[in-house]
Design a protein around this ligand. Structure first.
Ligand code: SDX
Length: 441
């Protein structure tokens, strides 16, 4: 059945909300999902009352229905297509999770083998892509390079930009999942002045990414299985997260009919912000600035100071008002990787753990329900693996691409979807006549 034909979730006929505006009552249907908060359908509010809703930052606004990821922020629950994140991190692998997010079910063995082959065969980029990189300064931030190079994919793959063709949507999704590690590795190699390393079809997705980043033509590169397994788990943790800022950006860009490569480039741009995916880079820089355990109280004090712009990067979350379940797995992975690599510089980990210990006991953080999020421990782990700080958000983008394309595909196939076009509360000047310059005082 064509997904467009799928009937939208029905409103619960016996549940509605009544709103009184100017003495006039308006009924709005209430819709329930499989699990989680009901929604009040305000689609007819403006027509019935002449009013808009007002919700900066969308703190109480659902902009779509989705079957992909469910988060319970109070209980610290995260499900990908119903499967708990800790079970997937423990027992699955990133490419299998990509299949799950894209197609809704865990693959059978033949389905998984076919999907792995498809993704593997799409990892190369058009050879002319390499010329884009020489246009960037060597010290360009890799996220700037990713914004440019991923958007440029639109110029190469015209046979998968027609969003109305289901086959082209699938090909574009596969190309994006497959090529992000290649482009990310090229951005890194370019920044360190080393030659690009081609993908290898004999390696799994994450091992291939590691060899494209760290191999050099002069000698064989041996993938460290501990690092590969840990990075694969980190990619799983970052793969999708409901309607976060960058996913909402991808959905909004896609709602106009823009091609998927351009939409993902928009998502990368949004993810770059330090309040979002850029927090992993900012968190590590914060830990380095704190430097030693004895300076932690000074920074906790700064974070609580209303007059200070300083925030504990890697702390707090719009949805999680409990411990981010991904942060728990991230902390465990951090310990495993540092131990396995015999990383002596565990000073940053000590600072992070002391920061967490103090913050979780402090009334300010407890009352505001601020806990470590996924970005708090990821930086320490990625640095121990050999990635520079500037690559941390790029790795986040590599992982999140499958979430973005899954959400984009769901949006395109949603019978309710239309171009996103929010309204506003206008607080500017009332209408006034033009004043010629000679009369402007
Ligand atoms: C990600 O949405 C997602 O799902 C995102 C993500 C994903 O997977 O896609 O999970 C990935 O982006 C994780 C978040 C990474 N960002 C950071 O770690 C940056 C530091 N955190 C904050 O900037 C903040 O917590 C946000 C942006 C994450 C959430 O901001 P909100 O929900 O808008 O909350 P807020 O800014 O209104 O803060 C509520 C209160 C404020 O105090 P009051 O004005 O009420 O007195 O808590 C305070 C804030 O000042 N606060 C912090 C704080 N975070 C919030 N105080 C100190 N340190 C912090 N980190």
């Amino acid at each position: 059945m064509n997904a467009k034909d799928a009937a939208p979730a029905k409103a619960d006929t016996d549940k509605s909300a009544t709103l009184s505006v100017g003495g006039r009552q308006t009924q709005m249907p209430i819709r329930s999902g499989t699990v989680g908060p009901d929604v009040i359908d305000v689609g007819r509010l403006y027509r019935d009352t002449g009013c808009f809703t007002y919700d900066p930052g969308f703190t109480s606004t659902a902009n779509c229905s989705s079957k992909i990821t469910y988060i319970d922020g109070d209980k610290g629950v995260l499900l990908y297509r119903g499967y708990p994140i800790d079970q997937l991190a423990e027992s699955s692998n990133f490419v299998e999770v990509c299949y799950l997010l894209l197609y809704g079910e865990l693959p059978t063995r033949p389905q998984r083998e076919s999907f792995v082959t498809t993704i593997t065969r799409h990892t190369m980029v058009h050879e002319q892509m390499t010329r884009f990189f020489s246009g960037f300064r060597r010290d360009a931030h890799p996220m700037a390079v990713m914004c440019g190079s991923v958007g440029a994919l639109s110029a190469f793959y015209h046979d998968s930009t027609d969003i109305n063709d289901p086959h082209q949507r699938v090909v574009a999704s596969h190309r994006l999942v497959a090529k992000m590690p290649t482009l990310a590795a090229m951005a890194y190699k370019y920044s360190v002045g080393q030659p690009f390393i081609y993908p290898r079809n004999d390696l799994d997705y994450t091992s291939n990414f590691l060899q494209m980043c760290f191999a050099v033509p002069c000698e064989p590169y041996i993938v460290n299985p501990v690092v590969s397994k840990a990075l694969d788990r980190i990619l799983i943790l970052h793969a999708d997260h409901e309607q976060n800022a960058s996913t909402s950006t991808v959905r909004l860009a896609g709602s106009s009919g823009a091609n998927p490569f351009a939409c993902i480039a928009a998502g990368i741009a949004c993810l770059w912000g330090p309040a979002h995916g850029g927090a992993n880079e900012a968190a590590l820089k914060m830990l380095e600035e704190i430097g030693t355990v004895d300076r932690v109280p000074e920074y906790v004090k700064k974070a609580k100071d209303k007059n200070s712009e300083f925030r504990l990067m890697g702390f707090g979350h719009r949805v999680y008002k409990n411990y981010d379940p991904r942060a728990k797995v991230m902390q465990q992975t951090c310990h495993e990787v540092l131990d396995a690599l015999g990383v002596k510089d565990q000073q940053l980990l000590k600072v992070a753990m002391e920061l967490e210990r103090i913050a979780l006991q402090d009334d300010y953080f407890v009352e505001k329900k601020l806990y470590p999020n996924i970005d708090f421990y990821s930086g320490i782990t990625l640095r121990a693996m050999g990635f520079p700080t500037s690559m941390f958000t790029v790795l986040f983008a590599v992982a999140r691409t499958v979430g973005w394309v899954s959400q984009w595909k769901e949006m395109i196939e949603d019978p309710e979807q239309k171009i996103g076009r929010p309204r506003q509360l206008y607080i500017g000047a009332s209408e006034r006549p033009y004043v010629p310059v000679e009369r402007r005082g």
